[in-house]
Ligand binder design. Structure first.
Ligand code: FES
Length: 526
């Protein structure tokens, strides 16, 4: 099996029974803030795009690059579709001209002509990607590969059960706006960033240890930021709180925990993988490339300046009545929302900075009051400050997912009262009837499900499944004194009270193993 690195989470897998192109991303994403790193735009995409199969793990724009798929990927390719709850991905592909689809039944091995086998695991909670993320398992002639990319299943047992895996590709770096955009003192930002960076690596080690593959390929990050306004997010300033460590940092950190089987693929690197081992060739020595990272980024910045300027010029739509349009789009959804609105539990304020940088319009999405209106000098749960032009653009194009556009762009600042609230972001990625109904239904089902099984961990009896996204705490739970950390996403719980220390709601059921009567049962998670 041959794997060609094509940048970020992208790779091309070649076998005698067919080729699969995965997640090809080349054009900037999220308001021209993210670019693939290392640069992959100079690869021979006309040739790389001539494939038998195409797999895109999810609809985040650093995986689903509509322009590139339209222009460079053969429309004869069969699209391997994860079993997602909505038809959005298939609709998008059809809109780009793809007509051949294989809808892979979730977690079932599918044998393709010539003996190529695949299995796709779809994750479908409202917090997984843009309503859905997935991983692809491939087997040919006894060689097995798992392209986990940035999916975060609770464990990898469904893949491990299919036999020893030879190549494991997974995310290791950050892909979020926290904590950089928060209006916090620099020291606090650095401390939170460092915790986040450590947590990302811990999670990566856990997945690697779960699967014990022969070779580990760090993929799906980090992006690079080429706009001067975002340049500081690149991990080139020795900031230990930067959440975007690159592949060379991965190798160094992995070595500290004893990892010796990491392989970095640059765009154009080729790995030949057999059951016996892997041989890799690179377009240039990997160490040399990372030693010259700053020069690479600076050269890219100059080359892409025109692209960024052209995108920026398309954002302003002064004819859009932002308050009126937000009311029209969002109020019907607020009316329908039970779980998300209750979970947010307070007003969320948007401060929109006008074109000249001085005028600010403040708009509130009032979740308890179920209305969108002007800010009325009140306390709010969250406050976001961004350019008015960005919101105009989102309203102009009818964007239904503001996470997959505004928030991932990092072109905003934020402040909040109290803990992180996942419902805020879940709501703003569900600005369509179909998505909102799905998310409401999902929370309804999960809040009702009684998870009665308990385990004992370091002197505490706790519910087996994490109140966040049901990770098995016998594997992911770490107890330190009275505090439990679930390592899947790093959420913390105070075991004595059951209180979640990371997010609103999500109480855990726990009591000391030697206590005669258990603590009262947890309250509802929202
Ligand atoms: S499942 Fe997310 S922190 Fe436990």
């Amino acid at each position: 099996m041959r794997v060609t690195g094509t940048g970020h989470a992208s790779m091309r897998i070649d076998t005698p029974a067919g080729s699969i192109l995965c997640d090809p991303w080349v054009n900037p994403a999220y308001f021209a803030s993210w670019f693939p790193f290392p640069d992959n735009s100079l690869l021979d995409w006309a040739t790389l795009g001539q494939v038998d199969y195409l797999y895109v793990s999810h609809l985040h724009r650093d995986h689903f690059d509509a322009k590139h798929l339209r222009d460079f990927v053969s429309k004869d390719a069969t699209v391997l579709l994860p079993e997602f709850p909505t038809s959005e991905m298939e609709d998008e592909f059809r809109g780009l001209g793809f007509t051949k689809f294989l809808k892979a039944p979730n977690e079932q091995v599918v044998e393709l002509p010539g003996g190529l086998k695949i299995m796709i695991q779809a994750l479908t909670s409202p917090t997984d990607g843009p309503i859905g993320d997935s991983s692809l398992w491939v087997e040919y002639d006894g060689v097995r590969l798992l392209n986990q990319n940035d999916a975060r299943p609770t464990d990898l047992s469904v893949f491990a059960e299919l036999g020893h895996v030879h190549a494991h590709m997974l995310q290791f770096s950050g892909a979020i706006w926290y904590p950089m955009v928060y209006e916090l003192p620099q020291a606090a930002k650095t401390a939170f960033g460092k915790q986040k960076r450590d947590r990302q690596f811990d999670r990566t080690w856990r997945y690697i240890d779960d699967l014990k593959a022969d070779h580990v390929f760090p993929i799906a990050g980090p992006p690079c930021f080429l706009d001067d306004e975002l340049w500081q997010f690149n991990d080139i300033f020795g900031d230990e709180g930067n959440i975007f460590p690159d592949q060379s940092v991965f190798l160094a950190e992995y070595a500290k925990v004893g990892g010796t089987n990491g392989i970095v693929l640059l765009p154009g690197s080729v790995a030949e993988i057999t059951t016996e081992g892997a041989t890799t060739t690179h377009p240039q020595p990997v160490e040399e490339f990372f030693a010259n990272k700053v020069a690479h980024l600076e050269e890219m910045r100059e080359r892409k300046r025109g692209v960024i300027e052209a995108e920026k010029a398309s954002w302003r739509h002064p004819e859009v009545d932002v308050l009126g349009e937000m009311k029209r789009r969002i109020e019907p959804l607020l009316d329908e929302s039970i779980y998300l609105a209750k979970g947010v539990g307070g007003p969320v304020r948007f401060d929109l900075v006008g074109y000249d940088g001085s005028e600010v319009e403040s708009i509130v999405v009032d979740f308890p009051g179920k209305e969108v209106r002007s800010y009325a000098d009140e306390k709010v749960r969250y406050r976001f400050r961004t350019e008015r032009a960005l919101i105009e653009h989102l309203l102009h194009i009818g964007e239904v997912d503001w996470v997959n556009s505004l928030f991932l762009s990092c072109r905003f600042s934020a402040a909040r009262i109290g803990q992180y609230n996942e419902f805020v972001y879940a709501f703003f990625k569900c600005l369509s009837e179909e998505r909102l109904q799905y998310a409401e239904g999902w929370y309804d089902e999960h809040e009702r499900a009684v998870d009665a099984e308990d385990i004992t961990l370091d002197g505490w009896v706790v519910q087996r499944r994490c109140p966040h996204l049901k990770a098995d705490l016998s594997r992911f739970g770490i107890v330190d004194g009275d505090q439990l950390t679930c390592q899947l996403h790093g959420w913390k719980f105070d075991l004595a009270s059951g209180r979640c220390l990371t997010s609103v709601g999500h109480k855990i059921r726990a009591h000391r193993a030697d206590a005669e009567t258990p603590a009262p049962a947890g309250e509802a998670a929202i």
